[in-house]
Write a protein that binds this ligand. Structure first.
Ligand code: AMP
Ligand code: MG
Length: 311
């Protein structure tokens, strides 16, 4: 049994693959092909590459319908479905709010109430028309923006896993920035890939672990990208319903067969918090869902399908 590990910096993070199988050369070739697909997807999806399909949509869709490739159109449709299912808690069109809090240009700061109000008027999938007859996206006003930051890595992991599977691999672990992990098959010495969920730096130890077998796990956390102002922490996940960063929960984790869905749902679950956990968990029969509340909830953890060590 051979083991090959490969890594690539892409999508502003680091993707890593661990591949097990009989022939190191074949493992390496399949892994390189999977990482090449991640690169291709970044070139299509990145907000920060002016030539990407998403950047083109953002730049032009307020003036005319912009055509995208079939896989990108399907991803936008999937994101629209997820936005509706989550009652708007997951919304790729919350981008004007993400930007308003400085999480796009790096100038993280607390915006004024008027700025937030303006950004809210341009936020929400309701401002986007997807036309299936010609694969176009159209915005109903200037300033609308799409940001796949909460779903793109999961989508890339799913496509990379597809490529490994098509190449005949039966045992692999893939992750993007450790926030989305996919376990293909199982490792040579165990029935599944055991993945630990690391808690907030300032919260009590969680010690939760999940076993993945042809399934994915995603974690969304406030501290993953955040800034401090006047003694408060502001994180990069925005509650589209209020226009403010989430702080009633510090971490959410979701397990499902699809990494695209775990990525999106973990973000939605962070927005939902402890109170909204059941509503999100009900959306897929096989969803594993963990939420850790904020300081005012004593970092209380609640989960279904993710075993927490007994207190
Ligand atoms: P994740 O780490 O997968 O939870 O994704 C968080 C990223 O998605 C943020 O850095 C923003 O770019 C974007 N984002 C923030 N809030 C939301 C939201 N409510 N729905 C969708 N995307 C969001
Ligand atoms: Mg996500």
């Amino acid at each position: 049994m051979e083991t090959v590990t490969l890594a690539r910096n892409a999508m502003a993070t680091r993707f890593e693959l661990v591949l097990h199988g009989g022939n190191a050369g074949r493992l390496r070739a399949a892994g390189e092909e999977a990482l090449a697909e991640v690169d291709r997807l970044e070139a299509r999806l990145s907000l920060y590459r002016p030539s990407s399909e998403i950047a083109q949509v953002n730049a032009q869709a307020a003036r005319r319908p912009v055509r995208v490739s079939p896989p990108v159109f399907r991803l936008l449709q999937h994101a629209q479905r997820l936005q509706r299912e989550t009652g708007g808690m997951f919304d790729i069109a919350a981008a004007p709010l993400v930007r308003c809090w400085g999480f796009m240009d790096g100038g993280r700061r607390v915006p004024g109430a008027d700025e937030i109000a303006q950004a809210r008027q341009r936020s929400g999938f309701g401002h986007i028309l997807l036309d299936e007859t010609d694969f176009t996206a159209r915005f109903d006003r200037e300033g609308v923006m799409i940001d796949l930051g909460a779903i793109g890595k999961g989508f890339a992991i799913d496509r990379a896993a597809d490529i490994l599977r098509e190449a005949g691999l039966t045992s692999a672990l893939l992750h993007g920035g450790t926030s989305t992990v996919y376990g293909l098959g199982h490792p040579p010495d165990a029935a599944g890939w055991k993945v630990a969920i690391i808690e907030a730096p300032d919260a009590p130890r969680l010690g939760a672990a999940v076993v993945l077998r042809d399934s994915a796990l995603s974690v969304s956390a406030v501290w993953a990208r955040s800034f401090e102002a006047a003694g408060r922490t502001y994180g990069h996940v925005i509650d589209p319903r209020t226009g403010h960063p989430v702080n009633h929960a510090i971490l959410a984790a979701v397990g499902l067969p699809s990494a695209t869905e775990t990525d999106a749902f973990s973000t939605a679950l962070l927005v939902a918090g402890l109170e909204g956990r059941d509503a999100i968990a009900r959306l897929r029969p096989d969803m594993r869902a963990l939420v850790v509340g904020g300081a005012e909830q004593n970092f209380r953890a609640e989960s279904s399908g993710i075993t927490l060590p007994a207190d």
